[in-house]
Design a binder for this molecule. Structure first.
Ligand SMILES: Cc1cc2nc3c(=O)[nH]c(=O)nc-3n(C[C@H](O)[C@H](O)[C@H](O)COP(=O)(O)OP(=O)(O)OC[C@H]3O[C@@H](n4cnc5c(N)ncnc54)[C@H](O)[C@@H]3O)c2cc1C
Length: 388
């Protein structure tokens, strides 16, 4: 982070905090949390307000109205905005479009930038990234990818079945990896293409997911010859460009979510009297507060370190795996303690803790299951004799 960014950051953080407290949090509620259309409508309103507040798109290029901040600064703003369940949607730094825009920025041709990246970055259109398939297709093991793309008459013909695709319901644009003769290739195209169908919105534990979680069928989908994103046969290498920053960005946002859960819990235990004294006076409650802040602090340090390495252009393959495993488990512990501290209120939908707790759990599964990351971390250390 250079001096200009460092000097801007305190004011930006304060503006984001105020926006989240005064504009975004009051709009939260069970009526909208799983309603794809309502979330899209709210996104439009909030994004206009975020632009007016000068906080839109911390990570997005300036040509699309973003702030073009380095990762280290984004880490602090993503945390700040994710305190609000609608915050990342408002700033257009929510998944899947935050990593989708990043991938397009790195790989798209000039025509693809204009047609796909511009509308996503300006918040006019949404995209999904559709990799996972029902068994026996790709899940933790991407080499099991069954979706195919065949060449014919200067076009590509795509066939496949995808599942659990965040943002897939009513997405305008799809980014899809498929097997081709030359190896796995990425495609980007309009979801209005004949043969592309969203068959259902899968009910998941999570809420506040813009575009829900789609199951998608592609049958003889004819794509133009220029639908390839990047280089034919380089799909897996290209996907890595998205996955590492994507999992790190999730860590940044989840620290904000867990912080919000603790803010609610700390307020509750300070006010709620039991056995003649506020709960906050009890040592077992104090231990939960202390352990949660230790988890939050350690999560910030490991995440900021990785963000700094990305800003320096260094590989974060190893450290982003460590960071994802640690933070996904730490924020789960924090949300769980916050729930415990609030008793029945924590489990209820009257407070945001239950939504945060439900959101944190799947983070141990997506962006690479923690078991897969642990095994990759250990193999790197043992086989290459890596040391800190
Ligand atoms: C909320 C949510 C959002 C998602 N969004 C998207 C999306 O937008 N796009 C997309 O393409 N996919 C998405 N996914 C799917 C996600 O990427 C997959 O769930 C993930 O890759 C794991 O695949 P799987 O569910 O098929 O689990 P499996 O591959 O069936 O694995 C099941 C479990 O087995 C264990 N396991 C697997 N492999 C190993 C190993 N090598 N060593 C030890 N244990 C192992 C792990 O515990 C793992 O959780 C999403 C999932 C969730 C929960």
């Amino acid at each position: 982070m250079n001096e200009t960014h460092a000097s801007m950051l305190p004011d930006l953080k304060e503006r984001v905090r105020k926006f989240i407290d005064e504009v975004a949090i009051p709009l939260e509620g069970t009526a909208i949390e799983r309603d794809v259309e309502a979330l899209d409508e709210i996104a439009g309103t909030l994004r206009r307000q975020a632009r007016e507040a000068g906080i839109y798109g911390p990570q997005l290029p300036k040509e699309y109205g973003g702030l073009a901040l380095p990762w280290r600064a984004c880490a602090e703003l993503f945390e700040e905005c994710a305190r609000g369940l609608l915050g990342p949607i408002a700033l257009n730094c929510a998944p899947p479009d935050q990593p989708n825009a990043l991938l397009l920025d790195l790989l798209a041709s000039p025509a693809q930038r204009e047609r796909f990246l511009g509308p996503i970055a300006r918040g006019e259109k949404r995209a999904c990234f559709a990799m996972t398939e029902p068994a026996p297709g790709a899940g933790s093991d991407p080499s099991m990818l069954k979706t195919t793309a065949r060449r014919g008459n200067g076009k590509w013909v795509l066939d496949g079945h995808k599942k659990f695709i965040s943002g897939g319901v009513k997405a305008d644009i799809a980014i899809v990896p498929a097997q081709t003769e030359e190896g796995v290739t990425l495609f980007v195209f309009d979801t209005a293409t004949p043969g592309y169908r969203v068959t259902r919105d899968i009910a998941m534990a999570t809420s506040y997911q813009i575009g829900g979680h789609a199951e998608i069928v592609m049958e003889a989908c004819e794509l133009p010859g220029d639908a390839v994103l990047g280089t034919v046969g380089q799909g897996f290498e290209h996907i890595q460009l998205r996955l590492e920053p994507a999992r790190l960005s999730h860590c940044m946002r989840f620290i904000g979510r867990a912080r919000r859960a603790m803010e609610i819990a700390q307020r509750y235990v300070s006010q709620r009297v039991s056995f003649g004294a506020p709960l906050a006076e009890l040592q077992q409650v104090q231990a939960m507060v202390a352990d949660s802040h230790i988890d939050l602090h350690a999560s910030r340090l490991i995440t900021h370190h990785c963000a700094q390495l990305m800003d320096e252009g260094k590989s974060v393959k190893h450290y982003s795996s460590m960071t994802k495993v640690f933070v996904s488990e730490a924020v789960g512990r924090v949300a769980d303690r916050a729930m415990q501290m609030c008793g029945a209120l924590g489990v209820s939908e009257d407070e945001a803790i239950s939504a945060i707790w439900r959101e944190a759990r799947p983070f141990r599964i997506y962006d690479g299951a923690n078991e897969v990351h642990r095994s990759a971390i250990a193999r790197r250390i043992l086989h290459r004799n890596l040391s800190p």
